[in-house]
Design a protein around this ligand. Structure first.
Ligand SMILES: Cc1cc2nc3c(=O)[nH]c(=O)nc-3n(C[C@H](O)[C@H](O)[C@H](O)COP(=O)(O)OP(=O)(O)OC[C@H]3O[C@@H](n4cnc5c(N)ncnc54)[C@H](O)[C@@H]3O)c2cc1C
Length: 115
């Protein structure tokens, strides 16, 4: 089973951890627009107040550590479109600007929200 996760801060990392625990045999691919994973947006206030000195302290997971667990981590990749009928998605590599297609058996959207 191939599981694609779109977006990887809190919810994305939580999804990976749950998959690794309950479905360790699954192939997991992460597409994340930024060049990092697990950014603690809740910590922005701590950074602005000076309690936390550097933004680098706002991370608790790394792409390298996830990759070492067998996860395919595609940072700087933007998911442009998803076709739920064919279970395919269109992705842009933000480093090269190349656009390509991928497919999934299960899709997990952890792209955040706004109100
Ligand atoms: C200032 C601030 C303070 C907060 N304080 C608290 C608190 O005290 N307690 C609390 O519980 N919560 C707090 N929150 C809320 C908490 O941080 C959010 O609930 C949490 O960040 C949401 O996590 P998420 O993984 O769902 O989405 P996000 O953190 O929004 O992550 C979404 C990710 O998806 C990626 N993405 C989006 N679209 C695409 C795409 N098309 N292709 C590829 N990648 C994509 C983005 O680059 C991003 O990395 C706070 C938030 C903020 C901003």
């Amino acid at each position: 089973m191939k599981i694609v996760i779109v977006g990887c801060t809190h919810a994305g990392v939580a999804a990976v951890n749950a998959i690794k625990q309950f479905h360790p045999e699954a192939d997991v691919v992460i597409y994340e627009r930024d060049d990092n994973v697990s950014f603690l947006s809740c910590g922005i206030a701590l950074y602005l107040s000076g309690e936390v000195k550097q933004l680098a302290d706002m991370f608790y997971e790394t792409p390298e550590h996830l990759a070492a667990q067998g996860v395919s981590v595609k940072t700087r990749h933007d998911v442009l479109a998803i076709d739920a009928k064919t279970q395919r998605l269109q992705v842009q590599d933000l480093t090269t600007n190349d656009v390509f297609e991928d497919h999934y058996d299960k899709l997990i959207m952890t792209t955040g929200s706004y109100v």
